[in-house]
Design a protein around this ligand. Structure first.
Ligand code: ATP
Ligand code: MG
Length: 339
């Protein structure tokens, strides 16, 4: 089980060569991921999704808050002792081509990390070969046709399968898939989403699925949680379908309103809400709701006070559901089938 509590991350900001204050990439984010669970993290570009993924995988230090892996608060461990915990979390990037060494065959890509595992667990060379074949099977590739190929000889979908197989060499308990299907041919995307679901159900690997896309967020975490981020903060969080069916935060509603509909088969939700574009969000006063410059319902309170993340107890909501809005209200924004 992984829990993050009040996670913060600031980067030093620069303008040209000059230092220019700080970028608050992640602000007070908390969530819990059960063993074999799934959470989709969704939000627009720059809202802090990748930063959270990189912190979970130990690739970026956090600047505040707690990371609790299997009940152990990593803040309380010396940095050098944290690595085995972070190794349990493997990151899958959006671009499988740059993630693989173009000069290495697939078998070499897999056997290099397996050699380290073999050394650690006292296994011999035959174990490495068997395990490499097993991993190829797990990600749905035929070792005979693929082992001696180079990344450029594979399709984008096959390359992403290899990246996933390589992540599995260290037997992770969590995969953080950061826009893992966005650069893959549309026709192959569903296969990779199905592979992630399959790994979760067969191996019990938990998934943190980072995306801009509501449909794939739901597909991966249909029985899990959805975490909606805006400018580094959680604005709405809860069971995935609860949020999709009964969103109460205007930003979540705007995101769901922006989903394209299949013309003739569905029509936009009657309360569809598209916020104005191009407003200067930095103009929002601190403290305030960071969505207030774009929000149709913002009042003076929203512009001068910061809304905390609190429970929603609306009639429609049956599960744990949190929002950070002074005026939460269910609105019918999701497309519905044409009658
Ligand atoms: N190494 C860094 N140095 C300075 N600022 C950074 C660094 N990495 C990220 N940021 C800033 O932190 C914020 C969050 O970035 P992040 O990459 O996590 O967003 P994201 O949600 O993954 O965006 P995208 O959807 O475009 O991938 C952005 O404002 C970004 O410019
Ligand atoms: Mg990103």
């Amino acid at each position: 089980m992984i829990e993050i509590r009040n996670l913060n991350k600031t980067f030093p900001a620069t303008k040209g060569m000059l230092s220019h204050g700080e970028v608050h990439a992640v602000r007070g984010v908390s969530f819990r991921l059960d063993d074999a669970g799934a959470i989709s993290v969704i939000g627009e570009s720059g809202c802090g999704k990748t930063t959270i993924g990189r912190i979970l995988a130990g690739l970026e230090p956090h600047t505040g808050g707690d990371l609790i892996f299997d009940g152990v608060n990593l803040n309380k461990l010396p940095v050098a002792v944290r690595q085995p915990y972070f190794r349990k979390v493997q990151l899958i990037h959006q671009d499988p081509y740059t993630a693989l060494n173009p000069a290495h065959t697939i078998v070499r890509t897999l056997t290099s990390p397996l050699m380290l595992q073999a050394k650690k667990h006292g296994r011999d060379a035959s174990w490495i070969e068997k395990r490499a074949q097993e991993l190829m099977g797990l990600v749905g590739l035929d070792p005979r046709g693929t082992f001696y190929k180079y990344p450029h000889q594979l399709s984008g979908g096959q390359r992403q399968r290899i990246v996933i197989a390589r992540a599995l060499t260290v037997e992770p308990s969590v995969l953080v898939a950061d826009e893992a299907v966005s650069m893959i041919d549309v026709s192959m995307r569903l296969d990779i989403l199905n592979l992630l679901r399959d790994l979760r159900s067969r191996l019990g690997i938990a998934i943190v699925f980072i995306t801009h896309d509501v449909a794939s967020a739901r597909y991966i975490a249909a029985d899990g949680a959805l975490c909606v981020l805006y400018q580094g903060e959680i604005v709405e969080y809860g069971r995935t379908d609860d949020l999709i069916v009964h969103p109460v935060h205007p930003y979540t509603q705007a995101m769901l309103s922006a989903m394209p509909v299949l013309r003739g088969l569905e029509e936009p939700g009657p309360d569809r809400y598209i916020p104005p574009e191009g407003m200067d969000e930095d103009a929002a006063a601190e403290p305030s709701c960071s969505f207030s410059p774009r929000c149709r319902w913002a009042t003076e309170q929203c512009r001068t006070r910061h809304p905390p993340l609190i429970s929603w107890h609306g009639m429609e909501s049956t599960e744990t559901h949190y929002h950070a809005c002074f005026y939460p209200e269910p609105r019918r924004v999701v497309a519905t089938p044409v009658q």
